[in-house]
Design a binder for this molecule. Structure first.
Ligand SMILES: [Zn+2]
Ligand SMILES: [Zn+2]
Length: 353
């Protein structure tokens, strides 16, 4: 049996014992070392998002290979530290075949990870996975940082759509973890970044991470400020991370001709937009949705961590053992937190091959 941190009701989670999966042919068992609590789990915990309960969440996962099934390529060795791309990909649909597996038809449809309940399954001691879902990580990376391979991969996907270039001005709306990850990557791409955020603590963090300007959008006219900072033209890219749909209308007003707008987060509520089609026609603005990290994004994210190219340690606010799943989720839904990470300490015995 293995322990699992399960959401059992609104604002209620508990540790349950469920069967430890067994690696069949072409499967691996990963012993989870850390799982970060993302907005997805937080919305299920606080009841914003309704799913069948009990629910075993957890999709930002890092761990070690604990068992290798028959027929698995011998390069996957017991004990190898890995990040997990928890979203499955079928490698057969038209999107996977075109190399765009963020859109895989099987995402969310590949059935239960564990027979007992629904959920992505990272908040448990073990996960049963396919080799293509694993990305090797270097030994020196702390488990709670390794678990952030997934959010970094999400933002790498978005950065490709935003096509951020050297010398660009980028407006990042929101300075939560996703906004700040965009800021860090934009700085690595040689861009100037303006961050809009209502919370003063988060604005200070954005400045510390290299934002050129921070704006309180409630106190200052953001569109006017962006125009002022760009000689009246607007920014080359705008990244929308808050769940507020009217921000997209503002983004259209603050982007330069040929500019890119990325709708990074999902919108709650999903209110319709009012945008003049001719604005898009004459300006050749491009508006992109960005959802899910692809395998290429995971590869690049794991490489960035392995080579020490980005520091993610400052996003980890607190770390809880799996036994304290209730406290961990309560902490994660508090406003202002970046990432709360659940860790699972080493165990005496590991399952046999
Ligand atoms: Zn996530
Ligand atoms: Zn597919």
């Amino acid at each position: 049996m293995m322990k699992a941190g399960v959401i059992t009701g609104i604002n209620r989670a508990e540790v349950m014992e469920i069967a430890t999966p067994v690696a069949g042919p072409n499967e691996l068992l990963v012993r989870v070392e850390a799982c970060a609590l993302c907005t997805f789990e937080q919305r299920i915990f606080d009841g914003t998002k309704q799913v069948g309960l009990p629910y075993l969440g957890g999709h930002e996962v890092a761990g070690r290979i604990a068992a290798v099934g028959e027929g698995v390529n011998p390069k996957w060795e017991l004990g190898q530290k890995v990040a997990v791309k928890t979203l499955d990909q079928c490698n057969e649909c038209r999107f996977c075949q075109s190399g765009e597996n963020t859109m895989c038809e099987m995402v969310g449809r590949s059935g239960r990870r564990v027979p007992e309940m629904d959920g992505i399954g990272g908040l448990a001691e073990y996960m049963l996975l396919k080799p293509h879902m694993l990305y090797p990580l270097a030994e020196g990376i702390a488990p709670e940082v390794a678990a952030l391979t997934e959010p970094l991969a999400c933002v790498l996907h978005s950065m490709d759509l935003a096509k951020v270039d050297f010398g660009d001005t980028v407006v990042v709306l929101g300075a939560g973890i996703m906004g700040l990850l965009h800021l860090q990557l934009c700085r690595l791409r040689g861009a100037r970044v303006i961050v809009a955020e209502v919370d003063s603590g988060r604005r200070a963090r954005a400045l510390a991470l290299g934002a050129s300007e921070v704006v309180h959008p409630g106190e200052e006219d953001l569109v006017a400020r962006v125009r002022e900072l760009t000689g009246g033209f607007g920014a080359q890219a705008v990244i929308v991370t808050p769940a507020i749909s009217r921000l997209v209308e503002q983004a259209v007003e603050m982007v330069d001709n040929l500019g890119r707008i990325v709708l990074f987060g999902s919108f709650h509520p999903d209110n319709p937009l009012s945008i003049r089609p001719n604005k898009l026609h004459y300006s050749q603005i491009q508006v992109f949705g960005a959802v899910n990290p692809g395998s290429r994004d995971f590869l690049r994210s794991s490489r960035m961590l392995n080579h020490g190219l980005i520091d993610l340690t400052h996003y980890v606010d607190s770390v809880y053992p799996l036994e304290q799943i209730q406290e961990a989720l309560e902490e994660s839904v508090k406003p202002g937190t970046y990432r709360v990470v659940v860790t699972i300490g080493p165990e005496e015995e590991t399952p046999e091959k």
